[in-house]
Structure formats: C-alpha cells, structure tokens
Ligand binder design. Structure first.
Ligand SMILES: [Zn+2]
Length: 296
C-alpha cells in the first residue's frame, strides 16, 4: 500500500490525515487498512500504530516514536527506567492506550494548551517546499505559544488536540479556521520558553531524574534556596513569577498560589511531583533558571 513519508517534526496524527487525503480514505478505513480487523479511529496526539507505520514507511519504530510523537515531551515527567518500560510497551502495541495520561499533559480546560496550533509562516514554507502543509509536533506542545523557528505567534484552531481524527477533524492546517491570540508576556520570554520545550525533546535528557538534577544544580549555582523549612517569602518563587508574569502563568493553568517555599516551582525542586502538567512545570522552571543564568 502507498503511504506518505513523514515530514520534519510532523506529528503521527498529521501523517494519518495526509495519508487519508492522499489515499482518499476515511480515518476509519485507513486504520482498517493499517491494522487488520481494527475498527477504531486514529488519535491525533497519542503515539499509536507505530509498528504498522514503521512497516509502511520503512522507518524504525524508535525513530517514529522519538521524532514524530509527543512521547519525548511526556517522558520528562517519568523516571528513565519507567520511560524505557513505557517505550517498549508503546512500540509493542497497536492499540491506543491511556498509560501516557495525556489529560494531565494537555488539560482540556486550559485554552492555551488545548487546541491544534499552527504557524502561518511554517504553513507557507511547507506548501512551497513540500506542496502541502502539515501539523508540526513542536507547535502542539504545552508552553509553545510562538513558533520556535520564526518567533511568530501561533494561530489557534478550534480542533481539540485530544480529539480523535474523526471525519470532522480529518483536516490539515489550510482546511481549518484559526484565531489570533495575544499572550500577556514579552516576545523574548515566549521565544525562550518555546526553545526550551524544543530542547527538552532530546532523548538523552528526556527523563525526570535527569531534568530534576539539572534544575537543582542550576538553582544551587544561582544561590536559590529550595528547602522546606523557611515559610517566609522565597526568592526563587518571587523571581519566577516576576519573570513569566502572573497573567501568563494563569493562562497556562499554573499560577503561584503562594510565594513561600510551598510555591510549586520550589516544591518541584524538592522532588515533589504534582499530577497535572508536570512536563510544562519542569520546562518553565528550566527556562527561568537558564534566563537567570544569562543575567549573571
Ligand atoms: Zn514557523
């Protein structure tokens, strides 16, 4: 069966949509053709059917998982041992599962994280280069509100990231209506944050134990205290909130409820792992610590 090759940083869900377009199939028919006997609809964001796609594209399953799915982003919330187990499970299975806890990474009630996003400059570039546009993985990740390549604000669609690719959602960027949003933060802050999300996709660093240790080392070398004992105002909490601004943190669903050592960035440094939005929390913390290093 003909099957398209993924473009650079293309999400697997976008590849399914293009395959449907090229082959003239509905999403359900595509899944039936890829995985015999299956009667489901593909997910846009969940890394499923990797073995079947690997067979049809001639790519390795490992490369598909790491270059074309959100797995490396989600894995920064997992210990490296757990990450390796989960990677083996996903590569082994053809069925969409729930072990990635996608709802905690893409909370459906937070508008800034919930919908498919796209960069208009990337769209024009992709049409000129490849003859069609596609959904980039980096634009879908939490914390990416401007394009890390072009620095331009992303346009936001009304298609939920977590929605399956039904006939209604079987659309490429040029087939979707977008809204423009202005974010309550400076462009350099948003660009640095997007770059940090991109940097966190590197597989050697993409695990909780590694990320936490690097944040702790950075915090210590900048003289930030993150012990639990002091209940008074914590300098890291104050400077963290000042750097991103309380309005942006609210838009991202991660406001600081206190400026003491109980503030979530300080608790995170102590190793506490809140259930919701752990990858984005780590990335915000890293982005802040890197920026504060640049000021030294
Ligand atoms: Zn772009």
């Amino acid at each position: 069966m003909y099957f398209p090759q993924p473009y650079p940083d293309e999400l697997l869900g976008s590849l399914f949509i293009r395959a449907c377009h090229h082959l003239g199939l509905t999403p359900r028919m595509l899944i039936a053709a890829l995985s015999e006997g299956s009667d489901s609809v593909p997910s846009f964001i969940y890394p499923g059917l990797i073995a079947a796609v690997a067979r049809h594209t001639g790519m390795s399953a490992h490369e598909l998982l790491w270059e074309h799915t959100v797995f490396p982003h989600i894995s920064i919330a997992l210990d490296s041992a757990r990450r390796d187990v989960l990677e083996a499970q996903i590569l082994d299975s053809n069925a969409p599962g729930s072990s990635l806890r996608l709802q905690s990474t893409f909370p459906p009630h937070i508008e800034a994280l919930t919908f498919r996003r796209s960069c208009e400059v990337c769209q024009r570039h992709d049409r000129a280069t490849w003859g069609e546009d596609y959904w980039h993985r980096i634009h879908a990740l939490p914390g990416v509100l401007v394009c890390p390549i072009h620095g331009s604000p992303l346009s936001i669609s009304h298609v939920p990231l977590l929605a399956q690719i039904t006939k209604e959602h079987n659309r490429l960027p040029h087939e979707v209506d977008f809204d423009r949003r202005r974010w309550p933060a400076s462009e350099p802050t948003l660009r640095d944050l997007a770059s940090e999300v991109k940097a966190a996709l590197r597989c050697e660093t993409s695990a909780w134990d590694y990320c936490l240790r690097s944040c702790q080392n950075a915090a210590t070398s900048r003289g930030y205290e993150y012990g639990a004992r002091a209940k008074s105002v914590n300098r890291l909490a104050i400077e963290f909130e000042h750097y991103f601004g309380s309005r942006l943190l609210e838009e991202l669903g991660l406001p600081l409820l206190t400026r003491s050592s109980d503030a979530w960035p300080v608790e995170l440094l102590r190793g506490r792992r809140p259930a919701m939005q752990l990858p984005l929390r780590l990335i915000l913390l890293r982005s802040f610590l890197l920026a504060s290093a640049a000021q030294l």
